[in-house]
Design a binder for this molecule. Structure first.
Ligand code: FES
Ligand code: FES
Length: 162
């Protein structure tokens, strides 16, 4: 039996969007397939790895754990909103300070985990202006990176504090 479609509307990276969706359509899939947000990466698909991290109404969440219908009326920010989340870009390069730091410290290899890491790190740093190493490690608990090594990610995050 076909499920009835549900009308939803939200703002994604500053652009209004409305659509009719299946009730069980994941927000991560909706953003990638219907909202032009391929930077929402899906890896584990069940809330463990952090690759799909986005911001919904100011809160960092895992897009793979939400349904699109749950974001009805919400303001959604993906990696495309990183300059807004950080409040700045680096002169000349077009990169935000966090992106530049990840580049400078070789904090990514395949880059699959990177958008989620950058989004949640921007929110983390907005809430913690002078985090301790322990707080940074606790923050990174929610993210799995299979290839770059966490030491470089920690170094990148700490470098933007200086
Ligand atoms: S894909 Fe969402 S947490 Fe892994
Ligand atoms: S850079 Fe490859 S998974 Fe993190």
């Amino acid at each position: 039996m076909n499920e009835p479609l549900v009308q939803i509307a939200m703002t994604v990276d500053g652009a209004p969007l409305s659509a009719r969706v299946r009730p069980r359509y994941l927000l991560s899939d909706f953003l990638r397939e219907r909202a032009g947000a391929p930077g929402v990466h899906v890896a584990c698909g069940h809330g463990v790895c952090g690759a799909c991290t986005i911001v919904v109404d100011g809160v960092a969440v895992r897009a793979c754990l939400m349904l699109a219908v749950q974001a009805d009326g919400a303001t959604v920010q993906t990696i495309a909103s990183l300059p807004v989340l950080e409040g700045t870009v680096t002169e000349g390069t077009g990169l935000t300070p966090l992106q530049q730091a990840f580049r400078d410290h070789h904090a990514l290899q395949c880059g699959y985990c990177t958008p989620g890491l950058l989004v949640s790190s921007a929110k983390f740093l907005a809430a913690h202006r002078a985090p301790t190493r322990a707080q940074i490690l606790d923050h990174l608990n929610g993210h799995l990176c299979r290839c770059s090594g966490y030491a470089n990610i920690i170094a990148a995050i700490e470098s933007v504090l200086q």
